[in-house]
Design a protein around this ligand. Structure first.
Ligand code: DGL
Length: 365
């Protein structure tokens, strides 16, 4: 009997998928007709997912933000099985250079696209260094229930076992999934689904860098399917009071770091530079060193909002715990890390300067 030859099917592009057709094996499912697939727009901003290195083993010391969005899409032909994908190059930057102005531009483009009936979901490719910040900013200002998924890579596109292609596939698959609607802005890295509010980068270079310690990730991507096991309890997207559509700038809010021997210089400098808010990333439960407290009091008296956060990374920053916030008229950051507390305070200051109102916002978002 004629035995069908084994054939090696090579998929084009950076991802190499081998499927051996064995006698009697069923060919993998044909892609669904494109007309039945959701429309997902990929907004590319740069980062390592778009990075290139000198060799296939270069996983540090590469150049971020060199590969364009069309190349990212072409490198993953499997995307066509899960969505009708189009791409826009919004920026091409390493994300340490992300700015308030970039955020406003991105947020406005996101809201315009999501308002279009022919857009079902968005993916934003992004450098991992500030990915958690952009995700939380969008979580507070996106005005749609449609999925918005941020994704990056810990290895450049040229590296052996680059994680970008599978991360991008997972992100598009999630953005095309009805289960992802209404859950706020999501982050997908390393087959895990994370919430924008709580996810943080916990390692400088490993593939599992993005985690949600203690409060937990939301679910997994496995076998081309999204599995959710929890969702954030805090308000987001359509439920928030923030609207950036008419904003051209955000209030200046800066972060000062707490450590042994810290002094008041940083606080004084930021206030002199015109900061409208100071996030104090304190030791422990947001303790204020005796040498810093007078500077923070002076900042408050000049009208700056002071938020006590912690450098620790996990746990509730308790109001009136390590400092008398009622008496000082300071705000407690709850469980937001300092870089995310800065984002919420910037947006809060577009609405109010009442510390009572701002504290409510830190307990709400
Ligand atoms: N320069 C860093 C950035 O663009 C590279 C890190 C990365 O994207 O993984 O965030």
């Amino acid at each position: 009997m004629h035995q069908p030859k084994r054939r090696l099917l090579l998929a084009a592009g950076a991802s190499l998928s081998l499927s051996l057709l064995l006698p009697g094996a069923s060919v993998s499912a044909q892609a669904a007709p494109a007309t039945s697939l959701p429309n997902v727009v990929i907004l590319a901003t740069g980062g390592t997912i778009a990075g290139t290195g000198a060799t296939s083993t270069t996983t540090v010391g590469y150049t971020a933000a060199t590969v364009g969005v069309q190349s990212l899409i072409q490198a993953v032909p499997e995307l066509a099985k899960v969505a009708r994908v189009t791409g826009e190059q919004v920026f091409q930057i390493a994300s340490e250079n992300m700015s308030n102005e970039h955020w406003l531009t991105l947020a406005k483009r996101v809201n315009v696209l999501l308002a279009q009936p022919n857009v079902d979901g968005l993916v934003i490719t992004h450098g991992t260094d500030t990915l958690e910040e952009t995700a939380y900013f969008l979580d507070l200002v996106v005005k749609s229930k449609k999925p918005v998924v941020l994704v990056g890579a810990m290895r450049p596109s040229t590296a052996l076992s680059a994680d970008g292609p599978i991360n991008l596939y997972n992100a598009v698959l999630l953005a095309a999934s009805a289960d992802a609607a209404g859950k706020g802005v999501l982050v997908v890295m390393n087959d895990q689904i994370q919430a924008a509010r709580e996810v943080t980068k916990t390692n400088t270079s490993t593939l599992d860098a993005f985690r949600t310690p203690e409060l937990g990730m939301l679910g997994y991507i496995q076998g081309s399917k999204a599995f959710f096991y929890r969702q954030s309890t805090r308000k987001h997207t359509l439920e928030t009071e923030f609207d950036v559509s008419s904003l051209t700038a955000l209030p200046m809010v800066e972060i000062v770091y707490g450590y042994a021997n810290v002094g008041p210089v940083a606080v004084d400098a930021f206030v002199a530079a015109g900061a409208k808010g100071i996030i104090h990333a304190g030791v422990g439960d947001g303790s204020l060193a005796a040498k810093v407290l007078p500077a923070l009091k002076a900042a408050r008296q000049k009208g700056a909002i002071v938020v006590r956060a912690s450098r620790v990374g996990q746990g509730i920053l308790a109001r009136n715990g390590e400092a008398n916030d009622d008496e000082l008229d300071f705000v407690a950051a709850d469980t937001l890390n300092p870089q995310k507390a800065r984002i919420l305070l910037m947006l809060a200051l577009t609405k109010t300067t009442s510390t009572r109102d701002i504290q409510r916002m830190f307990y709400t978002y």
